[in-house]
Every structure is written in structure tokens, then in C-alpha cells.
Design a protein around this ligand. Structure first.
Ligand SMILES: Nc1ncnc2c1ncn2[C@@H]1O[C@H](COP(=O)(O)OP(=O)(O)OP(=O)(O)O)[C@@H](O)[C@H]1O
Ligand SMILES: N[C@@H](CCO)C(=O)O
Length: 324
């Protein structure tokens, strides 16, 4: 569940009095999600989402995220659009938390991923990248390669209890990722821009076979565009048993390239980017697995799903091994 903060009727009423979005008709907490508290608001003007940002989101970065969503929506991307108060502010305070109201997007996220989801996903990802080009503020990726070793260090004491030998395996995997990571800094070696960085199935809404909305931009950052593809390959293109679904991967990349063709350098970098993406989600899941109290409201996600993916990517040396 993800309603960490209770909102009283009086506090909500006072908060909404700063917005011109009609009169409140219904208000309910949304159980899904793990990071923030989300509520669905129905007013006489329609449906909205109210998000209270919890401790993992750095409040100082919220203007960057809200600005990105505003920008993307303005460029035609179907993403939550921050709603400004009558004073022109998109960020307020409710129940002691930073809070924002955004537009409500139609559709549902796919509980079972099918081939027909992957091509529209790739297209939507490339459209997001194109639309993000004109959003110039930079947010470095706080969960990029520099963060991985410290994350693993913070898990040293508990890692082998999660899976025997895990610590040594991840230490060894670093040597196949970090020295081969494409150059960053002032002159990045691959096309760079605004990426979603967490485009998992639960963040992509579909209506029939069409993408109707992309949500949850709170890991978005400025990084290699192809890294977002690598994240999606991990999140969408593996079976429950950990095997790679070549057809899903091919549909994803073909959909992406129908909007934004990849350069030869981006294609060649996909295997190392895919290893890095698997490592990133393995490590944050491992951290949560070890540090989430047994009586917590949320169930941590299994880090070992990403160990299987990482092993696949380590064994796949060139992009040809993915069958794109
Ligand atoms: N703009 C929106 N339109 C419709 N539904 C939304 C919208 N934003 C969020 N939701 C609903 O709220 C749920 C949780 O949202 P979200 O995934 O952003 O939560 P979170 O806790 O911030 O993120 P995480 O996925 O990282 O746990 C979604 O699955 C969806 O049902
Ligand atoms: N998408 C992340 C969690 C929340 O961002 C994961 O599956 O590990």
C-alpha cells in the first residue's frame, strides 16, 4: 500500500481552496506504488491525482521533476501534468509534506506483458526522449554507476544471507561493467538527454493496444538515452524463469527506432548498458530487501530476479546476442 500520510478532511479542504479545480466530490487513497502517498481526487471538473512526497524524494528536486512533466505534457507526451494553484504554484504543502496535484491519466498498466505492448512502449519511450530535448535543466543520475559501489558496500553484511556468494558475484560483475561504461561528463560519448529511468510496466498505462500514459517521473534524470532502452529491456523483456524474450526485445527496439533511430555506437553499447541497468535495480532491491522491517506496509521486490537478468547480460557479449 502507499498511503503513508493521512490527510484530514479539513486539511484537504484548506489545500484545495488554493486551486480552481471545482468542488470535491470524492477522495480515496491509492494502494499501489511504494514511494509516495497517492490519492485520487474527483471534483466537479474531473479526476486528478494528489501526491504527497515521502522521505525518499528530495524536496529540492521536485521543481525539476514537475517542470519536466509540464514540459513533456506541453510537447504532447501523455504524462501527468502538474496543476497550478491560483497563485501559479505547482508545489504546495499538505499534512506536513510537499504535495502536488496532477492530471489523471486513463488506462491500466499491463499485469501480463505481451508482444503487442513492446512496440508501442518503444515508440512512447523515443517520443519522450525527443520531447525532452528542449528541457534544458540537468539532473545527474543519482543512481548511476558512481552510486553502485557505495550501494553494494551498504549491503555487504546482509548480501550473502539473501543469496550465498552474492557479494563476490556482484564484485566480480563490476569489473565487466564499470571499465566499459561509456564516457560521461562534459562530452558524453552517446546521445544524452532526459530519461525516465524507471519505465517499468506499472508506470505505463495502455488503452487497448495503445500507450495512454506514462507516470512516475521521480527517478527521471539526464543520462544516456540508450540507458532508458536498457532499463526497459530488463523490465519488460524477460520471462518469469529469467530467460530473455527475443521477440519482446526486438519489438521494443524496432518501436523505438521507428521514432528515433539508434546510432551504431548506441547499439554497440546496449549490452553494457543492460548490465548496468540490471545492476542498478538489483542493488536498490537488495538494499530494500535487507533494510525493510518485517512489519513494514510495503513488500520489497525480489532482488534475485535481477541477478538472473544480470547473468544473462554478462553472458551476452555483443548486441547480436540479443537478436535485434
Ligand atoms: N496521473 C495518474 N493518473 C492515473 N493514475 C495514477 C496517476 N499517477 C498515479 N496513479 C495511480 O497511482 C498508482 C501509484 O503511482 P506511482 O507508481 O507513481 O506511485 P509511487 O509510490 O510514487 O511510485 P513507485 O512505482 O515508485 O512505487 C499507480 O499505479 C496508478 O494506479
Ligand atoms: N521499478 C523499481 C521500483 C520502484 O521504482 C523496481 O522494480 O525495482
Amino acid at each position: 500500500m502507499a498511503v503513508y500520510t493521512d490527510v484530514s478532511d479539513e486539511a484537504l479542504e484548506a489545500f484545495l481552496s488554493d486551486y480552481a479545480i471545482g468542488n470535491l466530490v470524492a477522495f480515496r487513497g491509492i494502494a499501489e506504488g511504494v514511494e509516495n502517498s497517492n490519492f485520487q481526487l474527483r471534483t466537479t471538473q474531473g479526476d486528478f491525482i494528489l501526491t504527497l512526497y515521502e522521505k525518499r524524494v528530495n524536496a529540492q528536486e521536485l521543481p525539476w521533476f514537475l517542470g519536466l512533466m509540464q514540459h513533456l505534457a506541453g510537447q504532447g507526451v501523455s504524462c501527468p501534468q502538474p496543476v497550478a494553484s491560483t497563485a501559479g504554484q505547482t508545489l504546495g504543502t499538505l499534512a506536513g509534506r510537499p504535495a502536488a496535484i496532477t492530471t489523471f491519466l486513463p488506462g491500466v498498466w499491463p499485469r501480463k506483458i505481451r508482444q503487442e505492448h513492446c512496440r508501442p512502449l518503444g515508440q512512447a519511450l523515443a517520443q519522450l526522449h525527443e520531447a525532452g530535448r528542449s528541457y534544458t535543466p540537468v539532473r545527474p543520475n543519482a543512481l548511476g554507476p558512481d552510486a553502485w559501489q557505495p550501494l553494494l558496500d551498504s549491503c555487504r553484511a546482509g548480501a550473502d544471507a539473501v543469496h550465498p556468494g552474492l557479494l563476490a558475484e556482484l564484485d566480480a560483475a563490476f569489473t565487466h561493467i564499470l571499465p566499459h561504461w561509456p564516457g560521461q561528463g562534459a562530452n558524453p560519448t552517446l546521445p544524452h538527454g532526459q530519461i525516465h529511468a524507471d519505465l517499468f510496466p506499472d508506470n505505463v498505462f495502455f488503452l487497448r493496444k495503445t500507450v495512454s500514459g506514462l507516470i512516475d517521473f521521480y527517478f527521471a534524470c539526464t543520462d544516456f538515452l540508450a540507458y532508458d532502452i536498457a532499463i526497459c529491456l530488463n523490465a519488460w523483456c524477460f520471462e518469469g524463469d529469467g530467460s530473455f524474450n527475443v521477440t519482446f526485445g526486438r519489438q521494443l527496439v524496432q518501436g523505438y527506432e521507428s521514432v528515433r533511430p539508434l546510432s551504431a555506437a548506441e547499439r554497440q553499447a546496449l549490452p553494457v548498458l543492460a548490465r548496468g541497468a540490471a545492476m542498478r535495480f538489483l542493488l536498490t532491491r537488495l538494499y530494500d530487501w535487507i533494510n525493510t522491517p518485517a512489519d513494514a506496509l510495503v513488500t520489497p521486490k525480489d532482488p534475485l530476479d535481477y541477478l538472473k537478468r544480470l547473468r544473462f547480460h554478462l553472458a551476452t557479449e555483443t548486441v547480436d546476442g540479443y537478436g535485434f
